[in-house]
Design a protein around this ligand. Structure first.
Ligand code: CUA
Length: 335
């Protein structure tokens, strides 16, 4: 075979799982292909028409055979289903301690931002042995983030966040592709993922701190866009206090609730009237066309940074933040 590789290298914890399932599917397919071909030839010869006026015997139903060829394939299909579902759920659920990295796709490049502030284009540096969670969106059309060595491929869609996670298992340089036709230079929308030893990664990460972390830049935006004038940290503003909001359950006008995640914060910035927090007026203007996708990510990180740290008590300015989950009346205390 020379240099032609049948499979990409297994570069992530997910890769062997996906490959083992694929081998199983291939083996089952090969077994039945051979079985059916042999049966066709055997039966065609064994029961061929021998005389021009030959008539077939009256058949009888073989119940045992019919039950067997129904029950056995059903069992095999259920094995495929449960096995596939377990690999899928594993691939779809990032571990809680994942490193968070943001991805913005645009014609025709990948822009990647680390929480600590390092930004890259068409390159992604990650440490081995730690789960990495990507939160991805697009500035224009649908792209797809594809790293064959990690057996990971996820659509990157304008107007929403999709996530994918992986844990690299060995240091190396892996191809990154766009796997969704996105225009003239789709085939050039490629890059590299560099999986590094954790110490090397920390070194690399500290090489670009000058720009400030995502959350710091988000805070600056929050002030320069005057968000801070209404979203006051002491509950006296015309808009909700954002301390401790991220990750909590927010009660809305009309009685519905929503989990304050990335998508909710993004929607609230671009479509402020879509979901009004109970007790507040729809006074916030939209920021469509004012903030870029990159800046929205910075704002999200700033809001996330206001969330209570796990295990710590809520910020002094919002002692009720943690409790508002269960008491709808507590949120708009000021009004
Ligand atoms: Cu982006 Cu294809």
């Amino acid at each position: 075979m020379g240099n032609i590789q049948l499979f990409p290298v297994q570069g992530s914890t997910l890769a062997p799982e996906v490959d083992h399932l694929l081998y199983f599917l291939l083996a089952v397919s090969a077994f039945f292909t051979v079985l059916i071909f042999c049966a066709i030839f055997y039966l065609a010869i064994r029961y061929r028409r021998r005389a021009a006026n030959e008539l077939p015997e009256a058949g009888h139903t073989g119940y045992t055979l019919e039950i067997l060829w129904s029950v056995i394939p059903f069992g095999i299909a259920m094995v495929m289903f449960t096995w596939g579902a377990s690999v899928f759920f594993n691939a779809a659920r990032p571990p809680a301690d994942s490193i968070q990295i943001y991805v913005v796709g645009k014609q025709w490049m990948w822009k990647l931002e680390h929480m600590e502030g390092r930004r890259e284009i068409n390159e992604l540096h990650i440490p081995v042995g730690r789960p990495v969670r990507l939160t991805m969106t697009s500035e224009d059309v649908i792209h797809s983030f594809f790293v064959p060595a990690f057996r990971t491929k996820q659509d990157v869609v304008p107007g929403r966040y999709s996530t994918v996670w992986f844990q690299a298992t060995k240091p190396g340089k892996y191809h990154l592709f766009c796997a969704e036709y996105c225009g003239t230079n789709h085939s050039a929308m490629i890059g590299w993922v560099y999986a590094m030893e954790p110490a090397d990664y920390e070194n690399w990460l500290s090489g670009g701190m000058a720009e400030g972390s995502l959350a710091d830049n988000g805070k600056k935006l929050f002030e320069s866009l005057a968000c801070v004038n209404c979203h006051k940290p002491d509950n006296t503003g015309r808009c909700p206090n954002l301390q401790g909001v991220f990750g909590s359950t927010v009660h809305l006008t009309g009685g519905a609730t929503v989990k304050a995640d990335e998508a909710y914060v993004r929607e609230s910035i671009l479509y402020p009237e879509a979901k009004i927090v109970a007790g507040y007026e729809p006074v916030m203007p939209t920021f469509q066309g004012i903030v870029t996708e990159d800046q929205i990510l910075q704002l999200i990180e700033y809001v996330r940074s206001l969330a209570p740290k796990p295990g710590a008590t809520a910020a002094p300015s919002s002692p009720a933040a943690a409790e508002t989950k269960t008491s709808p009346g507590a949120a708009p205390a000021k009004r």
